[in-house]
Ligand binder design. Structure first.
Ligand code: HEC
Length: 399
């Protein structure tokens, strides 16, 4: 019952997380797009007199909208101002809660990988938590340092540091957990940018405007820099959140480098759109990202590791006994492996029917990607993998 409640809680949190994330990424896309599409107002016009530096006309949902951007502060102080912050906080809070129940509470199954390092589950959780905090501190110091004023240098340094983080995590945790924790570190930087830099800066700007003072342009510049960083983080972070469906990426022997290539492609695609919305035709960014994806596709193509020859007949009974010993502790209606409370991915391998029905998926996981048994928790041997391979290649005979 308790396991079921946690499952339901996870379902609600995931739902909320995706919805809040859509709202957050959506507003990031929208405002950067809006900024890029503002037309200057004619000098001497009424708008220019009010301090409007640019405006945009749009039509949506049966009405016309006229957005205006003020260079510094409007002369008339609006009573009500919308702040865009709750979508960021909700995304981070729901994501962190999900991280705890999906990964940290099941660290033995979901984070530890004895083929990667000898960490205990508690140490693995420690590494995960530390990666969130340290990433933010290093990133924030970098932006505040004198280097922080040089946008390209900061961008390259942030990319390099996050790739280093991916490398460190891939050398300590299982591939899936390593990827997710890189995503969590980026998500934490994004949310912390909102809570610690963007919103406080905007509060000071609004307070100055209400007091009739000119807002400090440094607050505006700092907020804008962090918000542009967040915009470029969106595509890599969303890829990481769906990456657990693609074992070819996180299961690759150089998973950190695969992630760096895909993230670079994501950043370039974002850059393409940001430039395109300003009227440029920067097709080269799309071309480079296509080349990067091509490289990833070639580099992650499955090459099946050679397996020892099989001795004796390959029968379903033999496969059943291997699966019974190496998989059923997790893949049964009532798993016995610590932290696993439901058959993972709905795959039940207790009886012959379940094994035959899932033959192709078993082949993929055990022979091609070798992701299963997860972290080789049950120490499956190559001889056993060879039997599974021979059985599936023979058409998965039901006897
Ligand atoms: C330590 C627990 C554990 C063991 C042992 C284990 N698995 Fe899994 N398995 C998982 C988890 C967790 C998932 C879900 C991964 C996900 O959500 O994508 C999974 C998913 C799968 C899937 C579905 C993947 C897909 O998306 O198609 C298959 C097939 C599978 N396992 C086969 C096996 C086989 C065969 C064995 C034994 C050789 C095995 N597993 C051993 C934990 C385990």
């Amino acid at each position: 019952m308790e396991a079921h409640l946690i499952e339901m809680l996870g379902m609600l949190l995931r739902w909320l997380h995706v919805i809040a994330g859509i709202a957050w990424v959506g507003s990031s896309f929208y405002f950067i797009w809006l900024d890029g599409n503002l037309d200057p107002v004619p000098p001497g016009s009424e708008e220019a007199g009010k301090g409007v530096s640019g405006e945009l006309w749009a039509v949506h949902g049966g009405g016309f909208y006229n957005s205006q951007k003020y260079a510094v502060a409007p002369a008339r102080h609006p009573e009500k101002i919308h702040w865009f912050k709750w979508e960021a906080y909700t995304t981070w809070l729901s994501g962190t809660a999900l991280l705890v129940i999906v990964y940290w509470m099941r660290a033995q199954a979901m984070m530890v990988d004895p083929t990667v390092s000898g960490l205990t589950p508690a140490q693995a959780v420690g590494v995960g938590a530390a990666s969130m905090i340290v990433s933010w501190c290093v990133y924030d110091l970098l932006c505040r340092s004198p280097l922080g004023r040089r946008n390209r240098v900061v961008a390259a340094a942030v990319f390099g540091l996050l790739t280093l983080l991916a490398w460190l995590l891939c050398a300590t945790l299982g591939g899936r957990a390593a990827y997710i924790h890189v995503g969590v570190a980026i998500g934490t930087i994004m949310a912390a940018n909102v809570i610690f830099v963007i919103i406080p800066g905007q509060k000071r700007m609004v307070a100055a405007m209400r007091a009739g003072r000119t807002p400090d342009p440094a607050d505006g510049a700092r907020g804008r820099q962090r918000s542009v960083h967040n915009n470029y983080f969106t595509l890599p972070v969303v890829f990481i959140m769906i990456s657990n469906h693609y074992a070819a990426t996180y299961g690759h022997p150089h998973a950190w480098a695969v992630l760096a290539l895909i993230s670079a492609a994501g950043v370039l695609i974002r850059h393409f759109f940001n430039r395109r919305h300003k009227g440029a035709r920067p097709w080269r960014y799309l071309a480079v990202s296509a080349v990067l994806f091509g490289a990833v596709a070639v580099w992650t193509a499955p090459h099946i590791q050679a397996l020892p020859p099989v001795k004796g007949p390959v029968t379903l009974d033999r496969v059943r006994s291997i699966v019974g010993q190496r998989c059923v502790m997790c893949h049964s209606q009532a798993p016995t492996f610590p932290g696993i409370t439901q058959p993972p991915a709905g795959v039940v391998l207790q009886g012959a029917a379940g094994i035959v029905q899932n033959a192709q998926r078993i082949y993929q996981q055990v022979v091609v990607t070798r992701i299963m048994p997860l972290g080789n928790a049950s120490q499956m041997t190559d001889d056993e993998r060879a039997v599974i391979a021979a059985w599936v290649t023979a058409g998965a005979p039901a006897q």
